[in-house]
Structures are given as structure tokens and as C-alpha cells.
Write a protein that binds this ligand. Sequence first.
Ligand SMILES: *Cc1c(COP(=O)(O)O)cnc(C)c1O
Length: 380
Amino acid sequence: MTTPYLPFTRPTLDEETIQGVVEVLRSGWLASGPKVQEFELALADYLGGGRQVRVLTSATGALEVALRVCGIGPGDEVILPALSFAATANVIVRVGARPMFVDVDLATRNMDLNQAEAAVTSRTRALMPVHFAGLPVDMDALYGLAHRRGLRVIEDAAHAIGSAWNGRRIGGFGDIVSFSFHPNKNMTTIEGGALSVADPELAKAIETERFHGIARDAEGEMDVVRAGGKYNMPDVSARVGLGQLRRLDEFNGRRRALARAYFSGLKTDPPMQLPSEGDDGHSWHMFAPLLPLEDLRITRREFIQSMHGKGIGVGVHYPAMHLFSVYRAMGYRPGDFPHAERIGRSTVTLPLFPAMSDSDVARVCQAAAEIIAAGARRAA
Ligand SMILES: *Cc1c(COP(=O)(O)O)cnc(C)c1O
């Protein structure tokens, strides 16, 4: 009997969406047009809070645009967790500012806000927290800190579309909130991202920055008011996003059910360190326990290869960012952020996506239990 390979993630695209894309392709309007407008309004409606939403070609581009419209650049510092995808730190360097890493909490994997406060200097301009795996950062503490110290907040909510804090959706409140629609995320536009803001003037600045710095007067005469970039989303992508957004709550509900199945089914000896459970506001972008490497005689690489041998894909999200060459060159060292480093060394991302079945989860739990049992360092 052959079981199909189970990847760690896979998007769900329905026929209605595919047909909708075909219609856009036949419409003659492929770049930003009516579907982008419709998608932006649908996202604003979904997030709530009377927000302004603007979509872009990626979350990486969105974060960079967010920094630029805040006027953050050379001489400025931005505080962020040492555990995230590299894009979160890279964009800070790309605008000429300095990334100031702080450690994360071992259970929530979110930025330690006490350390963030301690890292504030006279040059600090913004906090850039990540809602890791879709578990919201403590928003009361985050915005309390931002207000106390007069800082902008750019939330990297790449994992958190559909997440909520005390019943309010992430992106439905707050300063600038960035989402990703990469195919690995909870909903996709093929490639794409979005910024949610409260202020229409700030939304205007984002529009200008994302499209060549072009502004038009009442007669439609064109001016270029800043050296803007090119980050506008095509209508084809927006149409994919409209089909995905319609099903986002269903997708996230399924993700929550699968995460619950992991919590009850993932029993290894020695035990893995499981992530925080969160509540119904957790969108479960991924399920990433830590391997008990100190009690094993196998490495993470060997664990991943053995899972692959059993037809199961496993990811690593993420190595601690400050240990990448580009950030070591700025003076960061091993030992600076012990939690991020421990997570970065021992984390494994198990399969989790809406089209998975309960028996897929059981198969992953069984495989992990077998590999860890075989790899356990038994007392003599
Ligand atoms: C995926 C991701 C990004 C970048 O998103 P893109 O849309 O691929 O540019 C940024 N931050 C985090 C935490 C991510 O997971």
C-alpha cells in the first residue's frame, strides 16, 4: 500500500476561484484594477474597525513600505524579535535603519515585551512584533509600551490573518498591520501582502509609495511626490484572494481542530515541548513543537529525514535571525538570545493545512513517536 506524500503545508484552491481567475484573464484587465479595489474593501470589512486596507505584491514589500511611510531610515532603530522569517529584519536594513533584536518567550514564541522596553533608546522609532504562528502578541502590553515611549508599531501579522485578541481581529485595530498571502500562509493570492491602517492619509501615503510615488491632482494631472517603488497587486492575484477570504474562517476553524488533534495525539517519549495552546483567537498558521534533542542521539536533520522517509514533510520555522551572517556582521553573537536560539535549533513544523484529514494527524503522531523512541538516549 502506498500512502501519498504529506507536505507540511498546501493551499486549498476551489473551482469557483479558478473559474474567477479565468474570467479575469479574459477580461483584458490583468494589473491592479476592479478586483484589487473589491479585495481591499472585502479585507477591510473582514478585519472590522473601519480600517483602510491596501494590498501589495508581498508582505516583504508591505513591511518595507510601512517603514518608509513612517519615515524610518538611517540613524533609526527598530525593535523586533530574534525569531521570525528573515524578511522581518531584512526590510529594516533595506531602509537604512538598525534592527535591534530581543529574545522571545519560550512558550508563546512571541517577542518578550520587557526586553523590548529595556532595548528602547533615544534612536528607537518603532516596534515590529510578530504574531508567531498566529498566536497574538499581548496587545494591551504592546500598545501600552508603544504609547509610553512614543513609538510606532508595525505588526508583522504574516501568520495572523483571522487571529483575534479579546474578540477583535488582528488588523482591525492598531497602528500599521502587515499580512502575507504567500501560498504557505493561511490564505493566498499566489504572492501578495496587505497593510491595514486607521488613517486615510496614511493609506494615501502607502498608495503613493507602492506605485512610483505618483500623485494626481483634481484634473488628473500627474506629479511624482516621492521616489516610490512598484508594489501593486495584479487583479489576477486579488481574484484568488477574494475566493480565499470567503473561506478563511472555515480554513482557520479546520486548522484549530487539527491543532487540537495534535495536542491530544502527539505523545512521544521523551516528550516534545509543545507550543502554547492559545484560544479561539489563534489562527494556527503552523504547529511547531521543539524536539527534546538533549535526550536524543539523533539530530534534527536526521529526524526530518526519517519523517521524509515515512512520506511526511517537516519544515523549520525559523533559525534565530541574529545568527545569520548578515546580522553577525553587525555584532550579534551566539548566546545573545537563548530562547530564540534554542527554538531555532530544535523546532520542527509538522504538517498543518485545511485539507488534511484526522488520519493524517494520527499518521504524523505515530511516525514522530516511532522515530523519537528509536532515537532516545536510553539510560544504561
Ligand atoms: C512569510 C513571512 C513574511 C514575508 O511574506 P511574503 O509575502 O513572502 O513577502 C514576513 N514575515 C513573516 C513572519 C513571514 O512568515
